[in-house]
Design a protein around this ligand. Structure first.
Ligand SMILES: C=C(OP(=O)(O)O)C(=O)O
Ligand SMILES: [Mg+2]
Length: 556
Protein backbone atom coordinates (compact mmCIF):
# COMPACT_ATOMS: atom_id res chain seq x y z
CA UNK A 1 0.00 0.00 0.00
CA UNK A 2 1.25 3.48 -0.85
CA UNK A 3 1.70 5.17 2.48
CA UNK A 4 1.99 8.66 1.06
CA UNK A 5 -1.34 10.51 0.94
CA UNK A 6 -1.78 13.61 -1.21
CA UNK A 7 -3.82 16.73 -0.58
CA UNK A 8 -3.27 20.46 -1.00
CA UNK A 9 -0.41 22.02 0.97
CA UNK A 10 -1.60 25.33 2.41
CA UNK A 11 0.94 26.18 5.10
CA UNK A 12 4.66 25.56 4.67
CA UNK A 13 6.93 23.34 6.77
CA UNK A 14 7.16 19.72 7.91
CA UNK A 15 5.63 18.32 11.09
CA UNK A 16 6.19 14.81 12.41
CA UNK A 17 3.92 13.59 15.18
CA UNK A 18 1.11 11.35 16.33
CA UNK A 19 -2.37 11.74 14.92
CA UNK A 20 -5.18 12.96 17.18
CA UNK A 21 -8.64 13.10 15.71
CA UNK A 22 -11.01 15.95 16.19
CA UNK A 23 -13.90 14.43 18.16
CA UNK A 24 -17.07 14.16 16.12
CA UNK A 25 -20.63 14.97 17.08
CA UNK A 26 -22.14 12.76 19.72
CA UNK A 27 -24.66 10.07 18.73
CA UNK A 28 -28.14 10.16 20.11
CA UNK A 29 -28.20 7.80 23.14
CA UNK A 30 -30.64 4.91 22.69
CA UNK A 31 -33.98 5.08 24.53
CA UNK A 32 -33.99 2.46 27.29
CA UNK A 33 -36.40 2.21 30.20
CA UNK A 34 -34.48 1.62 33.45
CA UNK A 35 -35.90 -0.18 36.46
CA UNK A 36 -36.63 1.68 39.69
CA UNK A 37 -33.64 0.07 41.39
CA UNK A 38 -31.29 1.60 38.79
CA UNK A 39 -32.52 5.16 39.37
CA UNK A 40 -30.16 6.19 42.20
CA UNK A 41 -27.11 4.92 40.30
CA UNK A 42 -28.12 6.72 37.09
CA UNK A 43 -28.80 9.94 39.06
CA UNK A 44 -25.32 9.75 40.48
CA UNK A 45 -23.73 9.08 37.10
CA UNK A 46 -25.52 12.10 35.63
CA UNK A 47 -24.45 14.38 38.49
CA UNK A 48 -20.85 13.25 38.32
CA UNK A 49 -20.63 13.67 34.57
CA UNK A 50 -22.14 17.16 34.71
CA UNK A 51 -19.77 18.19 37.49
CA UNK A 52 -16.71 16.72 35.71
CA UNK A 53 -17.54 18.49 32.45
CA UNK A 54 -18.17 21.81 34.23
CA UNK A 55 -14.87 21.53 36.11
CA UNK A 56 -13.04 20.63 32.92
CA UNK A 57 -14.51 23.66 31.11
CA UNK A 58 -13.48 25.96 33.96
CA UNK A 59 -9.97 24.49 33.99
CA UNK A 60 -9.60 24.90 30.23
CA UNK A 61 -10.82 28.47 30.55
CA UNK A 62 -8.20 29.24 33.19
CA UNK A 63 -5.54 27.86 30.87
CA UNK A 64 -6.80 29.69 27.80
CA UNK A 65 -7.42 33.15 29.34
CA UNK A 66 -8.86 36.07 27.33
CA UNK A 67 -12.01 35.77 25.26
CA UNK A 68 -11.85 31.97 25.24
CA UNK A 69 -12.02 31.94 29.05
CA UNK A 70 -15.24 33.96 29.03
CA UNK A 71 -16.81 31.52 26.54
CA UNK A 72 -15.71 28.46 28.52
CA UNK A 73 -16.86 29.92 31.85
CA UNK A 74 -20.27 30.64 30.35
CA UNK A 75 -20.42 27.03 29.18
CA UNK A 76 -19.44 25.76 32.65
CA UNK A 77 -22.33 27.80 34.07
CA UNK A 78 -24.71 26.25 31.56
CA UNK A 79 -23.60 22.78 32.70
CA UNK A 80 -24.19 23.76 36.35
CA UNK A 81 -27.61 25.31 35.72
CA UNK A 82 -29.78 23.98 38.62
CA UNK A 83 -32.98 23.94 36.56
CA UNK A 84 -31.35 21.88 33.87
CA UNK A 85 -30.05 19.42 36.45
CA UNK A 86 -33.50 19.22 38.07
CA UNK A 87 -34.97 18.35 34.68
CA UNK A 88 -32.35 15.61 34.16
CA UNK A 89 -33.24 14.18 37.59
CA UNK A 90 -36.97 14.24 36.79
CA UNK A 91 -36.35 12.35 33.55
CA UNK A 92 -34.14 9.73 35.21
CA UNK A 93 -36.73 9.23 37.97
CA UNK A 94 -39.29 8.64 35.21
CA UNK A 95 -37.09 5.84 33.74
CA UNK A 96 -34.47 7.42 31.42
CA UNK A 97 -30.83 6.42 31.51
CA UNK A 98 -28.45 9.19 32.62
CA UNK A 99 -27.29 9.88 29.05
CA UNK A 100 -30.83 9.92 27.64
CA UNK A 101 -32.02 12.14 30.48
CA UNK A 102 -29.22 14.64 29.81
CA UNK A 103 -29.84 14.49 26.07
CA UNK A 104 -33.58 15.17 26.38
CA UNK A 105 -33.27 17.83 29.09
CA UNK A 106 -30.79 19.76 26.97
CA UNK A 107 -33.05 19.40 23.91
CA UNK A 108 -35.93 21.02 25.82
CA UNK A 109 -33.70 23.85 27.04
CA UNK A 110 -32.30 24.26 23.53
CA UNK A 111 -35.79 24.81 22.11
CA UNK A 112 -36.42 27.51 24.74
CA UNK A 113 -33.16 29.29 23.90
CA UNK A 114 -33.65 29.06 20.15
CA UNK A 115 -36.97 30.91 20.48
CA UNK A 116 -35.76 33.50 22.97
CA UNK A 117 -34.35 36.18 20.68
CA UNK A 118 -31.22 36.57 18.69
CA UNK A 119 -28.66 36.82 21.49
CA UNK A 120 -29.77 33.66 23.30
CA UNK A 121 -30.28 31.82 20.03
CA UNK A 122 -26.61 32.50 19.34
CA UNK A 123 -25.75 30.48 22.48
CA UNK A 124 -27.37 27.29 21.13
CA UNK A 125 -24.09 26.03 19.64
CA UNK A 126 -22.37 26.49 23.02
CA UNK A 127 -25.19 24.61 24.75
CA UNK A 128 -24.93 21.76 22.22
CA UNK A 129 -21.23 21.51 22.90
CA UNK A 130 -21.85 21.19 26.67
CA UNK A 131 -24.50 18.50 26.06
CA UNK A 132 -22.17 16.60 23.71
CA UNK A 133 -19.40 16.64 26.29
CA UNK A 134 -21.63 15.29 29.07
CA UNK A 135 -23.21 12.63 26.86
CA UNK A 136 -19.79 11.57 25.48
CA UNK A 137 -18.51 11.18 29.01
CA UNK A 138 -21.50 9.08 30.03
CA UNK A 139 -21.26 6.90 26.93
CA UNK A 140 -17.49 6.47 27.24
CA UNK A 141 -16.74 7.83 23.73
CA UNK A 142 -14.10 10.48 22.83
CA UNK A 143 -15.00 14.06 23.67
CA UNK A 144 -16.23 16.10 20.73
CA UNK A 145 -14.11 19.00 19.57
CA UNK A 146 -10.39 19.57 19.95
CA UNK A 147 -8.78 16.51 21.57
CA UNK A 148 -7.43 16.76 25.09
CA UNK A 149 -3.75 15.94 25.08
CA UNK A 150 -0.75 16.99 27.07
CA UNK A 151 1.64 15.98 24.27
CA UNK A 152 2.03 17.76 20.92
CA UNK A 153 0.06 16.14 18.08
CA UNK A 154 -0.98 16.39 14.44
CA UNK A 155 -4.67 17.33 14.36
CA UNK A 156 -6.78 15.42 11.84
CA UNK A 157 -10.32 16.64 11.15
CA UNK A 158 -13.01 16.81 8.51
CA UNK A 159 -12.60 20.59 8.61
CA UNK A 160 -12.12 23.12 11.39
CA UNK A 161 -14.67 25.74 12.38
CA UNK A 162 -13.59 29.06 13.91
CA UNK A 163 -15.15 28.00 17.23
CA UNK A 164 -12.93 24.89 17.32
CA UNK A 165 -9.81 26.78 16.46
CA UNK A 166 -10.33 29.49 19.07
CA UNK A 167 -9.74 26.87 21.72
CA UNK A 168 -6.66 25.25 20.20
CA UNK A 169 -3.51 25.41 22.26
CA UNK A 170 -0.94 26.41 19.62
CA UNK A 171 1.92 24.92 21.63
CA UNK A 172 0.35 21.45 21.27
CA UNK A 173 -0.57 21.48 17.58
CA UNK A 174 2.30 20.41 15.33
CA UNK A 175 0.27 20.55 12.14
CA UNK A 176 -3.18 20.10 10.59
CA UNK A 177 -4.58 17.64 8.10
CA UNK A 178 -8.18 18.06 6.96
CA UNK A 179 -10.39 16.15 4.55
CA UNK A 180 -12.20 19.23 3.36
CA UNK A 181 -11.35 22.89 3.02
CA UNK A 182 -9.36 24.79 0.49
CA UNK A 183 -6.64 27.41 0.51
CA UNK A 184 -9.00 30.03 1.94
CA UNK A 185 -10.71 27.81 4.52
CA UNK A 186 -10.49 28.60 8.21
CA UNK A 187 -8.13 25.65 8.74
CA UNK A 188 -5.70 27.03 6.16
CA UNK A 189 -5.84 30.59 7.46
CA UNK A 190 -5.41 29.45 11.05
CA UNK A 191 -2.50 27.12 10.20
CA UNK A 192 -0.70 29.94 8.44
CA UNK A 193 -1.30 32.35 11.29
CA UNK A 194 0.06 29.79 13.78
CA UNK A 195 2.93 29.03 11.43
CA UNK A 196 2.28 25.26 11.51
CA UNK A 197 2.35 23.01 8.42
CA UNK A 198 -1.04 22.06 7.00
CA UNK A 199 -2.49 19.91 4.25
CA UNK A 200 -6.18 20.28 3.35
CA UNK A 201 -8.57 18.52 0.96
CA UNK A 202 -6.94 15.16 1.70
CA UNK A 203 -9.55 12.49 1.04
CA UNK A 204 -9.56 9.69 3.60
CA UNK A 205 -7.49 11.60 6.17
CA UNK A 206 -9.78 10.47 8.98
CA UNK A 207 -9.05 6.82 8.18
CA UNK A 208 -5.51 7.21 9.54
CA UNK A 209 -5.78 5.66 13.00
CA UNK A 210 -5.43 7.69 16.19
CA UNK A 211 -1.84 7.54 17.48
CA UNK A 212 -0.27 6.74 14.08
CA UNK A 213 2.89 8.74 13.42
CA UNK A 214 2.64 10.89 10.29
CA UNK A 215 4.92 13.38 8.56
CA UNK A 216 2.96 16.34 7.19
CA UNK A 217 4.66 18.35 4.44
CA UNK A 218 2.69 21.57 4.02
CA UNK A 219 4.81 22.58 1.02
CA UNK A 220 4.23 19.56 -1.23
CA UNK A 221 0.80 18.70 0.24
CA UNK A 222 1.84 15.15 1.17
CA UNK A 223 1.28 13.16 4.35
CA UNK A 224 3.59 10.19 4.91
CA UNK A 225 1.96 7.56 7.11
CA UNK A 226 4.18 5.67 9.61
CA UNK A 227 7.52 6.84 8.22
CA UNK A 228 10.59 4.88 9.39
CA UNK A 229 12.99 6.49 11.86
CA UNK A 230 15.39 7.25 8.98
CA UNK A 231 12.64 8.77 6.85
CA UNK A 232 11.52 10.93 9.77
CA UNK A 233 15.06 12.15 10.35
CA UNK A 234 15.56 12.87 6.64
CA UNK A 235 12.26 14.80 6.42
CA UNK A 236 13.07 16.90 9.47
CA UNK A 237 16.61 17.55 8.14
CA UNK A 238 15.20 18.65 4.80
CA UNK A 239 12.68 20.93 6.50
CA UNK A 240 15.44 22.44 8.67
CA UNK A 241 17.55 23.11 5.59
CA UNK A 242 14.59 24.73 3.84
CA UNK A 243 13.88 26.81 6.94
CA UNK A 244 17.52 27.92 7.18
CA UNK A 245 17.49 28.98 3.50
CA UNK A 246 14.25 30.84 4.13
CA UNK A 247 15.61 32.61 7.21
CA UNK A 248 18.73 33.59 5.30
CA UNK A 249 16.65 35.62 2.85
CA UNK A 250 16.38 39.07 4.42
CA UNK A 251 15.49 42.59 3.41
CA UNK A 252 12.78 43.97 1.20
CA UNK A 253 10.93 41.72 -1.22
CA UNK A 254 12.47 41.52 -4.68
CA UNK A 255 13.05 39.10 -7.52
CA UNK A 256 16.56 37.71 -8.20
CA UNK A 257 17.21 40.56 -10.65
CA UNK A 258 16.12 43.26 -8.20
CA UNK A 259 12.54 43.97 -9.30
CA UNK A 260 10.99 45.23 -6.06
CA UNK A 261 7.78 43.68 -4.73
CA UNK A 262 7.04 45.09 -1.26
CA UNK A 263 6.03 42.33 1.14
CA UNK A 264 3.35 43.49 3.54
CA UNK A 265 1.40 41.90 6.38
CA UNK A 266 -2.30 41.17 6.84
CA UNK A 267 -3.30 42.03 10.39
CA UNK A 268 -6.47 42.08 12.47
CA UNK A 269 -5.27 44.58 15.07
CA UNK A 270 -2.35 45.75 17.22
CA UNK A 271 -1.92 42.19 18.57
CA UNK A 272 -0.62 41.03 15.18
CA UNK A 273 1.92 43.80 14.75
CA UNK A 274 4.91 42.22 16.51
CA UNK A 275 4.71 39.01 14.43
CA UNK A 276 4.57 41.18 11.30
CA UNK A 277 7.61 43.28 12.18
CA UNK A 278 9.57 40.20 13.33
CA UNK A 279 8.90 38.56 9.95
CA UNK A 280 10.25 41.68 8.22
CA UNK A 281 6.97 43.07 6.87
CA UNK A 282 7.60 46.30 5.00
CA UNK A 283 4.25 47.61 6.14
CA UNK A 284 0.64 46.48 6.39
CA UNK A 285 -1.20 45.60 3.19
CA UNK A 286 -4.50 44.75 4.86
CA UNK A 287 -5.63 45.89 8.29
CA UNK A 288 -8.98 44.17 8.79
CA UNK A 289 -10.82 46.56 11.11
CA UNK A 290 -13.82 44.28 11.77
CA UNK A 291 -12.46 42.96 15.08
CA UNK A 292 -12.87 46.41 16.64
CA UNK A 293 -16.59 46.23 15.99
CA UNK A 294 -17.13 42.81 17.52
CA UNK A 295 -17.27 43.86 21.20
CA UNK A 296 -20.63 45.57 20.95
CA UNK A 297 -23.26 44.27 18.56
CA UNK A 298 -25.47 47.37 18.98
CA UNK A 299 -23.23 50.25 17.85
CA UNK A 300 -19.90 51.29 16.37
CA UNK A 301 -16.96 51.69 18.76
CA UNK A 302 -16.36 55.23 20.06
CA UNK A 303 -14.05 57.54 18.12
CA UNK A 304 -11.67 57.54 21.09
CA UNK A 305 -11.34 53.77 21.04
CA UNK A 306 -10.88 53.67 17.28
CA UNK A 307 -8.21 56.40 17.29
CA UNK A 308 -6.24 54.59 20.02
CA UNK A 309 -6.24 51.27 18.16
CA UNK A 310 -5.41 52.73 14.74
CA UNK A 311 -2.63 54.83 16.22
CA UNK A 312 -1.03 51.80 17.87
CA UNK A 313 -0.80 50.12 14.46
CA UNK A 314 0.34 53.24 12.58
CA UNK A 315 3.10 53.94 15.11
CA UNK A 316 4.56 50.47 14.55
CA UNK A 317 5.46 51.31 10.92
CA UNK A 318 7.01 54.77 11.11
CA UNK A 319 8.58 54.65 7.66
CA UNK A 320 6.23 52.11 6.14
CA UNK A 321 2.92 51.98 4.51
CA UNK A 322 -0.26 50.91 6.28
CA UNK A 323 -3.34 50.04 4.24
CA UNK A 324 -6.47 50.11 6.38
CA UNK A 325 -9.63 48.50 5.09
CA UNK A 326 -12.78 50.19 6.31
CA UNK A 327 -15.35 47.96 7.95
CA UNK A 328 -16.31 44.90 5.89
CA UNK A 329 -19.56 43.89 7.58
CA UNK A 330 -22.10 41.41 6.21
CA UNK A 331 -22.08 37.90 4.69
CA UNK A 332 -19.40 35.91 6.57
CA UNK A 333 -18.85 38.85 8.97
CA UNK A 334 -22.38 39.91 10.07
CA UNK A 335 -22.90 42.73 12.59
CA UNK A 336 -26.29 42.97 14.29
CA UNK A 337 -26.67 46.74 14.06
CA UNK A 338 -25.71 46.96 10.39
CA UNK A 339 -26.46 43.71 8.61
CA UNK A 340 -30.01 43.07 7.42
CA UNK A 341 -31.20 39.83 9.01
CA UNK A 342 -33.60 38.81 6.26
CA UNK A 343 -31.43 38.56 3.16
CA UNK A 344 -31.95 35.38 1.14
CA UNK A 345 -28.31 35.41 0.03
CA UNK A 346 -26.12 37.60 2.28
CA UNK A 347 -22.94 37.13 0.19
CA UNK A 348 -24.77 38.83 -2.69
CA UNK A 349 -26.57 41.32 -0.51
CA UNK A 350 -25.75 44.45 1.43
CA UNK A 351 -22.19 43.94 2.64
CA UNK A 352 -18.83 45.72 2.63
CA UNK A 353 -19.01 49.19 1.10
CA UNK A 354 -22.71 48.72 0.38
CA UNK A 355 -23.37 48.56 4.13
CA UNK A 356 -21.26 51.64 4.77
CA UNK A 357 -23.04 53.67 2.10
CA UNK A 358 -26.32 52.76 3.82
CA UNK A 359 -24.82 53.87 7.15
CA UNK A 360 -22.68 56.88 6.17
CA UNK A 361 -22.23 57.89 9.82
CA UNK A 362 -20.29 54.68 10.50
CA UNK A 363 -18.01 55.23 7.48
CA UNK A 364 -17.50 58.88 8.33
CA UNK A 365 -16.74 58.02 11.97
CA UNK A 366 -14.12 55.51 10.89
CA UNK A 367 -12.47 57.84 8.37
CA UNK A 368 -12.36 60.73 10.87
CA UNK A 369 -10.84 58.44 13.52
CA UNK A 370 -8.19 57.36 10.99
CA UNK A 371 -7.39 60.98 10.14
CA UNK A 372 -6.91 61.77 13.84
CA UNK A 373 -4.82 58.65 14.42
CA UNK A 374 -2.43 59.50 11.58
CA UNK A 375 -2.11 63.15 12.54
CA UNK A 376 1.55 64.04 13.07
CA UNK A 377 2.88 60.57 12.18
CA UNK A 378 5.28 60.11 9.23
CA UNK A 379 3.52 56.87 8.19
CA UNK A 380 2.07 56.54 4.72
CA UNK A 381 -1.59 55.83 5.41
CA UNK A 382 -3.75 54.29 2.70
CA UNK A 383 -7.43 53.53 3.10
CA UNK A 384 -9.47 51.13 1.00
CA UNK A 385 -13.05 49.95 0.68
CA UNK A 386 -14.19 46.31 0.44
CA UNK A 387 -16.70 44.94 -2.10
CA UNK A 388 -16.53 47.70 -4.68
CA UNK A 389 -18.44 46.79 -7.84
CA UNK A 390 -18.02 49.75 -10.17
CA UNK A 391 -16.91 53.34 -10.71
CA UNK A 392 -19.92 54.77 -8.86
CA UNK A 393 -18.94 52.78 -5.74
CA UNK A 394 -15.34 53.95 -6.06
CA UNK A 395 -16.49 57.56 -6.46
CA UNK A 396 -18.76 57.37 -3.42
CA UNK A 397 -15.89 56.05 -1.31
CA UNK A 398 -13.40 58.64 -2.59
CA UNK A 399 -15.93 61.41 -1.84
CA UNK A 400 -16.45 60.09 1.70
CA UNK A 401 -12.64 60.14 2.23
CA UNK A 402 -12.40 63.73 1.00
CA UNK A 403 -15.40 64.82 3.08
CA UNK A 404 -13.78 63.39 6.21
CA UNK A 405 -10.65 65.48 5.51
CA UNK A 406 -8.48 62.39 5.29
CA UNK A 407 -4.93 62.97 4.10
CA UNK A 408 -4.36 59.46 2.79
CA UNK A 409 -4.29 57.57 -0.47
CA UNK A 410 -7.72 56.21 -1.20
CA UNK A 411 -8.15 52.88 -2.97
CA UNK A 412 -10.51 49.97 -3.48
CA UNK A 413 -10.40 46.23 -3.14
CA UNK A 414 -11.04 44.22 -6.26
CA UNK A 415 -13.24 41.40 -5.00
CA UNK A 416 -16.08 41.49 -7.51
CA UNK A 417 -15.33 40.45 -11.11
CA UNK A 418 -16.99 43.63 -12.48
CA UNK A 419 -14.35 45.74 -10.72
CA UNK A 420 -11.54 43.73 -12.34
CA UNK A 421 -13.17 43.85 -15.77
CA UNK A 422 -13.62 47.63 -15.55
CA UNK A 423 -10.52 48.41 -13.48
CA UNK A 424 -9.47 51.36 -15.64
CA UNK A 425 -12.78 53.08 -15.10
CA UNK A 426 -12.65 52.40 -11.35
CA UNK A 427 -9.13 53.85 -11.27
CA UNK A 428 -10.44 57.20 -12.54
CA UNK A 429 -11.76 57.71 -9.00
CA UNK A 430 -9.10 56.19 -6.73
CA UNK A 431 -5.34 55.87 -6.41
CA UNK A 432 -4.77 52.14 -5.99
CA UNK A 433 -6.24 48.66 -6.25
CA UNK A 434 -5.84 45.72 -3.89
CA UNK A 435 -6.99 42.31 -5.08
CA UNK A 436 -8.97 40.37 -2.48
CA UNK A 437 -8.56 37.02 -4.14
CA UNK A 438 -10.63 35.16 -1.52
CA UNK A 439 -13.83 36.97 -2.41
CA UNK A 440 -12.82 37.42 -6.04
CA UNK A 441 -12.67 33.61 -6.35
CA UNK A 442 -16.00 33.27 -4.52
CA UNK A 443 -17.75 35.63 -6.95
CA UNK A 444 -15.94 34.50 -10.10
CA UNK A 445 -16.86 30.86 -9.63
CA UNK A 446 -20.18 31.36 -7.84
CA UNK A 447 -18.72 29.22 -5.06
CA UNK A 448 -19.49 30.21 -1.46
CA UNK A 449 -16.18 30.44 0.38
CA UNK A 450 -17.77 28.91 3.48
CA UNK A 451 -18.97 25.75 1.75
CA UNK A 452 -16.42 22.90 1.75
CA UNK A 453 -18.20 21.07 -1.06
CA UNK A 454 -17.21 23.77 -3.57
CA UNK A 455 -13.68 24.39 -2.27
CA UNK A 456 -12.16 23.13 -5.55
CA UNK A 457 -13.39 26.37 -7.09
CA UNK A 458 -11.79 28.46 -4.36
CA UNK A 459 -8.32 27.45 -5.53
CA UNK A 460 -6.53 30.72 -6.41
CA UNK A 461 -4.56 28.89 -9.11
CA UNK A 462 -7.73 28.77 -11.23
CA UNK A 463 -6.70 30.26 -14.59
CA UNK A 464 -9.89 32.37 -14.77
CA UNK A 465 -8.90 34.06 -11.51
CA UNK A 466 -5.39 34.65 -12.87
CA UNK A 467 -6.95 36.29 -15.94
CA UNK A 468 -8.86 38.74 -13.74
CA UNK A 469 -5.71 39.49 -11.72
CA UNK A 470 -3.87 40.20 -14.98
CA UNK A 471 -6.66 42.54 -16.16
CA UNK A 472 -6.56 44.57 -12.95
CA UNK A 473 -2.76 44.72 -12.87
CA UNK A 474 -2.56 45.80 -16.53
CA UNK A 475 -5.16 48.52 -15.95
CA UNK A 476 -3.24 49.84 -12.93
CA UNK A 477 0.03 49.87 -14.90
CA UNK A 478 -1.65 51.76 -17.73
CA UNK A 479 -2.91 54.35 -15.23
CA UNK A 480 0.47 54.55 -13.47
CA UNK A 481 -1.12 53.30 -10.22
CA UNK A 482 -0.43 50.37 -7.91
CA UNK A 483 -2.24 47.03 -7.71
CA UNK A 484 -1.40 44.72 -4.81
CA UNK A 485 -2.78 41.36 -3.71
CA UNK A 486 -3.99 40.92 -0.13
CA UNK A 487 -6.01 37.69 -0.45
CA UNK A 488 -4.65 34.30 0.58
CA UNK A 489 -3.19 33.79 -2.93
CA UNK A 490 -0.25 36.01 -1.96
CA UNK A 491 0.77 33.58 0.80
CA UNK A 492 1.57 30.73 -1.62
CA UNK A 493 5.29 31.20 -2.52
CA UNK A 494 4.97 29.78 -6.02
CA UNK A 495 1.79 31.69 -6.76
CA UNK A 496 3.44 34.85 -5.40
CA UNK A 497 5.98 34.53 -8.27
CA UNK A 498 3.14 34.09 -10.77
CA UNK A 499 1.28 37.13 -9.38
CA UNK A 500 4.49 39.13 -9.72
CA UNK A 501 4.75 37.93 -13.31
CA UNK A 502 1.16 39.09 -13.88
CA UNK A 503 2.21 42.60 -12.84
CA UNK A 504 0.98 43.00 -9.27
CA UNK A 505 3.02 45.56 -7.36
CA UNK A 506 2.91 44.30 -3.75
CA UNK A 507 1.96 41.16 -1.85
CA UNK A 508 0.29 41.09 1.55
CA UNK A 509 -0.16 37.99 3.69
CA UNK A 510 -0.22 36.56 7.24
CA UNK A 511 3.16 37.16 8.90
CA UNK A 512 4.15 33.47 9.01
CA UNK A 513 4.16 33.22 5.21
CA UNK A 514 6.41 36.26 4.61
CA UNK A 515 9.80 34.48 4.92
CA UNK A 516 8.80 31.73 2.48
CA UNK A 517 7.47 34.16 -0.11
CA UNK A 518 10.53 36.41 0.27
CA UNK A 519 12.93 33.46 -0.23
CA UNK A 520 11.08 32.04 -3.25
CA UNK A 521 10.78 35.39 -4.98
CA UNK A 522 14.50 36.04 -4.47
CA UNK A 523 15.33 32.86 -6.40
CA UNK A 524 13.61 33.87 -9.66
CA UNK A 525 13.98 36.73 -12.11
CA UNK A 526 11.08 38.88 -13.23
CA UNK A 527 11.32 37.33 -16.70
CA UNK A 528 10.97 33.84 -15.18
CA UNK A 529 7.97 35.00 -13.16
CA UNK A 530 6.40 36.39 -16.32
CA UNK A 531 6.96 33.12 -18.19
CA UNK A 532 5.50 31.18 -15.25
CA UNK A 533 2.46 33.48 -15.29
CA UNK A 534 1.90 32.92 -19.04
CA UNK A 535 2.25 29.16 -18.60
CA UNK A 536 -0.25 29.16 -15.72
CA UNK A 537 -2.77 31.22 -17.69
CA UNK A 538 -2.46 28.87 -20.65
CA UNK A 539 -3.59 25.91 -18.48
CA UNK A 540 -7.19 24.75 -18.16
CA UNK A 541 -7.27 23.83 -14.50
CA UNK A 542 -5.83 25.01 -11.21
CA UNK A 543 -3.77 21.85 -10.92
CA UNK A 544 -2.31 22.18 -14.42
CA UNK A 545 -1.61 25.87 -13.84
CA UNK A 546 0.39 25.02 -10.72
CA UNK A 547 2.33 22.27 -12.52
CA UNK A 548 3.06 24.52 -15.51
CA UNK A 549 4.32 27.37 -13.33
CA UNK A 550 6.41 25.00 -11.24
CA UNK A 551 8.01 23.58 -14.40
CA UNK A 552 9.00 27.05 -15.62
CA UNK A 553 10.33 28.16 -12.25
CA UNK A 554 12.34 25.02 -11.65
CA UNK A 555 13.90 25.40 -15.13
CA UNK A 556 12.48 22.17 -16.58
C1 LIG B 1 -8.61 39.77 1.65
C2 LIG B 1 -9.89 39.52 1.46
O1 LIG B 1 -10.84 39.93 2.36
P1 LIG B 1 -11.50 38.94 3.48
O2 LIG B 1 -10.79 37.63 3.41
O3 LIG B 1 -11.33 39.64 4.78
O4 LIG B 1 -12.92 38.90 3.00
C3 LIG B 1 -10.36 38.75 0.29
O5 LIG B 1 -11.57 38.63 0.08
O6 LIG B 1 -9.45 38.24 -0.43
MG1 LIG C 1 -12.96 39.95 1.12
Amino acid sequence: MDTTLRGVGVSQGVAVGEVRHMGTAVMEPPERQISESEVPREQQRAQRAVEAVANDLTARGNLAGGDAQAVLEAQAMMARDPELMADVERRVTAGSTAERGVYDAFAAYRALLANAGEYLAGRVADLDDVRNRIVARLMGVPMPGVPDSDRPFVLVARDLAPADTALLDPSLVLGFVTEEGGPTSHSAILARSLGVPAVVALAGAREVAEGTVVAVDGGSGTVRVSPSEEEQAALVREADERRAAVDAARGPGATADGHKVPLLANIGGPGDVSAATEAGAEGVGLFRTEFLFLDDSTKAPSEEKQVAVYRQVLEAFPEGRVVVRVLDAGADKPLDFLTPGDEPNPALGVRGLRTLLDHPEVLDGQLKALAKAADGLPVSLEVMAPMVADRADARAFAEACRAAGLDAKCGVMVEVPSAALRARSVLQEVEFLSLGTNDLAQYTFAADRQVGAVSRLQDPWQPALLDLVALAAEAAAAEGKSCGVCGEAAADPLLACVLTGLGVTSLSMGAASLPYVRATLAKHTLAQCERAASAARAADSAQDARIAAQAVLSGE
